[in-house]
Ligand binder design. Structure first.
Ligand code: PRT
Ligand code: ZN
Length: 226
């Protein structure tokens, strides 16, 4: 792949992390001309290009060295890291900063009428999730023999649909669980957005110098909000 010399940053195109990530880049002085439909946005005052993609793609783009930096939720990052490790793919990266947005938790929840006395209650049960690697790791740590059932959407309706006995999904306010007659039981992972950098040691001195100028500005913006 050709090296343009411009720093490439991956951000979620449209979703819960998009606005805060773009706002942070603007707050640290990066002028961006974002056109809604376009994959690439060029900065007009810095040698920086934004790649606007689905959040699921960001860990792989960083770990494959296609982009230099990425804004991503730790939940998605850790899940993709485990998935890539299992597949023997590159899974290295460096966390530059943990950010102050995107907070949520990955929790196990069960139907409110179900009896539940700790994770052992899930023995031989099926748990629907979009994060099978994180969930299977938790089962292994807890020595519970349960099965993660992968669903990419509508996880919260799985128990009612008879697809699973419980779910493991992201929670922020808890309103979605409540609306679906589910009760949060165990938090298995706490997540925030992070800024990550590719760890292949191939970054040019110019790019590293630019990153080293950007990071203190990020710290400044976060401190000003405290
Ligand atoms: O299209 P693309 O693949 O890019 O987006 P996506 O739909 O996969 O992700 P998106 O935009 O929903 O979430 C991106 C990231 O935001 C997640 O990976 C988390 O790191 C973070 N985040 C923070 C959340 C939430 N809070 C959250 N509440 N992601 C999802 N939710 C969902 C959750 O799955 C459930 O459906 O919101 C619902 C629960 O919210 P409450 O408030 O009812 O508890
Ligand atoms: Zn996604």
């Amino acid at each position: 792949m050709s090296e343009s010399g411009r720093l490439r940053i991956a951000v979620q195109k449209s979703g819960r992390l998009s606005d805060d990530s773009i706002a942070l880049l603007k707050a640290i002085g990066i002028k961006l001309n974002i056109r809604d439909r376009l994959l690439i946005a060029h900065s007009t005052n810095q040698p920086i290009d934004l790649l606007r993609v689905r959040d699921d793609d960001i860990p792989g783009l960083v770990m494959d060295g296609v982009v230099d930096l990425g804004f991503i939720g730790e939940n998605e990052l850790e899940e993709k890291m485990l998935e890539r490790k299992a597949a023997g793919k590159a899974s290295e990266f460096e966390v530059l900063r943990r950010l102050d947005y995107g907070g949520c938790r990955l929790s196990i929840a069960v139907p409110k009428e179900a009896s539940y006395n700790g994770i052992g209650s899930l023995e031989k049960k099926r748990v629907a999730t979009t994060y099978p690697y994180l969930l299977e790791r938790y089962f292994a740590e807890q020595k519970v023999n349960a099965k993660a059932v992968m669903l990419t959407g509508s996880v919260e309706v799985a128990p009612r649909a008879g697809v699973a006995d419980a779910i493991c999904d992201l929670v922020s306010t808890g309103a979605t669980l409540e609306a679906n007659g589910l009760v949060e039981k165990d938090v298995i992972f706490r997540s925030k957005a992070v800024l990550i950098q590719r760890a292949d040691g191939d970054l040019s001195d110019e790019k590293l110098a630019l990153i080293n100028r950007l990071i203190p500005r990020i710290d400044g913006v976060m401190q000003a909000k405290e």
